[in-house]
Design a protein around this ligand. Structure first.
Ligand code: CA
Ligand code: CA
Ligand code: CA
Length: 518
């Protein structure tokens, strides 16, 4: 089980040993929230493939055609999926003679008068005066897409039920759904936002999908967090110390209330991630008028892999096994012991009871106590159970708590918060439309997790046998309060991909957001 997690740290970038070696299948973050711009719908976002350097050509970051990417919804409180959406990708190299996956200049460039003499037997042979460089890429398909050599299409399948009795429905409807490539740069893709928007597809019945490379919406001082809690405290915090006199990574009240300023470095700034987003009517994923759902994402691979001598970039479907999953942020990252992470990744959430000891006595809380001297509640940490059961503030009236399972729980009857009243700390700041009621792209799960593990939700706990006062939990945080680029207020809500030519990573010592910080 697990529960909120704890300390800071990337929601889930490279957390498990096996998926650290399988980056394409590595789930970085999973989001589920009632759509800001259409409250009749809910949006799910599954992000994979961490820390994509935007300049990393020439093939950039295609989705893996041998992975099944899936989003699952439980609406019967048993932690078994009732509705799932599966995404499968196919790669086509449309211009095999090109030297890169994406190239284009202006209106195209023909061979000049002094072009090298052509050899008819050369595979790269180009006739005299013929076009050498295609026009800049302005479309995902058809006119304007000649330079988009590597094109990925995908299918969307709705699965109702689970196991052998599941009913599978192709939602693609014969449409050519095209994944949005990474932003190569302004010469090759002169109007990237317009190009990316072409990757938003309506599938009918109120369903909208998007797949492609985008700005990683997650923000964190990753390097400080994983250097054994070596947060940069000198200039950014209130100078608070624990009872044992150790400096604490604590924000001042003013800093904590400022959701638009970074006091430390967002180490994910300037990096992209691969994103799969689907928006569906709430009625499609709820049952019998019960508004609460539990949701999670998975990546699955073929159980066995055959390497053909004739390379096939699109292997056929066969027997798949789950490689990774994610419900709540930071569970695998911070709660599950490293020796159990790979097992956890491959286990369905309905069997999470076996991991309950990790959450009921989370090592990360003990680490927080040891590193900083902050008081944390005594185990068993039953205050963490609402994160792994249908219990607590978002349980829904009369619902069964169900088994212990890492699901991201969302009460779809709670109205989305307007941008001006949206709080990065979600529920902890009184914004009931945010984490842990689902998770929006802007929610600061790092700071929330630190405080929850430190006991901020603990109303009847003890510490060292004495009463624990949740009001005394300090304003723990990493000093990174917002993303490096503005989020969008409409589907798919994330920022578009950073330019490979012009991306900027904020460095330690730079206290501001990147140039576009909201
Ligand atoms: Ca179910
Ligand atoms: Ca970002
Ligand atoms: Ca933060």
């Amino acid at each position: 089980m697990m529960a909120l997690p704890a300390s800071s740290f990337a929601a889930s970038h490279r957390e498990a040993p096996l998926t650290a070696l399988d980056h394409a299948a590595d789930i970085t973050d999973f989001y589920a929230f009632r759509s800001y711009d259409d409250p009749s719908k809910v949006t799910f976002i599954l992000n994979v493939d961490p820390l994509l350097e935007p300049a990393n050509g020439p093939n950039y970051f295609p989705f893996d055609p041998s992975i099944v990417y899936a989003i699952h919804i439980d609406n019967t409180y048993d932690a078994v999926e009732d509705v799932s959406f599966e995404f499968r990708f196919t790669t086509t190299i449309r211009a095999p003679g090109l030297f890169t996956a994406f190239v284009g200049v202006g209106n195209g460039v023909n061979a000049p008068a002094n072009a090298p003499i052509t050899q008819t037997s050369s595979p790269g042979n180009i006739p005299l005066n013929a076009q050498v460089l295609p026009p800049a890429i302005t479309a995902l398909d058809g006119p304007g897409s000649a330079g988009l050599s590597l094109q990925q299409t995908y299918t969307v399948t709705m699965v109702q039920g689970s196991g052998d009795k599941a009913v599978r429905t192709d939602l693609t409807g014969g449409k050519k759904l095209i994944a949005v490539p990474s932003n190569v740069g302004p010469r090759t893709m002169p109007n990237y936002p317009a190009l990316a928007k072409q990757g938003i597809f309506g599938l009918g019945d109120g369903i909208t999908v998007f797949a492609g490379t985008v700005d990683d919406p997650f923000y964190i001082d990753l390097g400080a967090a994983f250097d054994s809690f070596n947060f940069r405290m000198n200039n950014f915090f209130a100078g608070a110390t624990s009872p044992s006199g150790v400096a604490l990574p604590v924000l001042s009240r003013t800093q904590d209330a400022n959701d638009a300023t970074n006091y430390n470095v967002d180490m994910v700034s300037g990096y992209n991630v691969n994103s799969i987003a689907i928006e569906v009517p709430i009625s499609m994923v709820t049952q019998n008028g019960k508004p609460v759902i539990g949701t999670w994402g998975t990546t699955s691979r073929l159980r066995t892999t055959v390497r053909p001598t004739d390379p096939d970039v699109n292997p056929s479907a066969a027997d798949f096994v789950q490689v990774q999953r994610m419900g709540n942020p930071l569970i695998n990252e911070l709660i599950i012991g490293t020796g159990s992470k790979d097992t956890w990744s491959m286990t369905p959430p309905s069997q999470d009871a076996q991991f309950a000891p990790y959450a009921l006595d989370p090592l990360i809380a003990r680490a927080l106590n040891a590193a900083f001297g902050v008081a944390v509640p005594d185990p068993p940490r039953t205050d963490l159970l609402p994160l792994v059961q249908y219990a607590g503030p978002f349980a829904g009236p009369g619902s069964s708590p169900g088994p212990i399972a890492d699901l991201l729980r969302l009460d779809t009857s709670a109205m989305p918060a307007a941008k001006t009243s949206r709080k990065r700390l979600g529920l902890l700041a009184g914004d009931t439309a945010g984490f842990p009621n689902g998770r929006r792209v802007s929610d600061d799960v790092t700071d929330v997790a630190l405080r929850v593990v430190a006991g901020v939700l603990c109303s009847a706990c003890t510490t060292g046998g004495a009463p624990f006062n949740a009001a005394n939990v300090p304003l723990l945080g990493d000093g990174v309060n917002t993303n490096d680029v503005a989020y969008q207020e409409t589907f798919p809500y994330v920022g578009w991909a950073h330019s490979g030519r012009d991306r900027r990573h904020v460095d330690p010592g730079e206290t501001a957001c990147a140039p576009n910080c909201p």
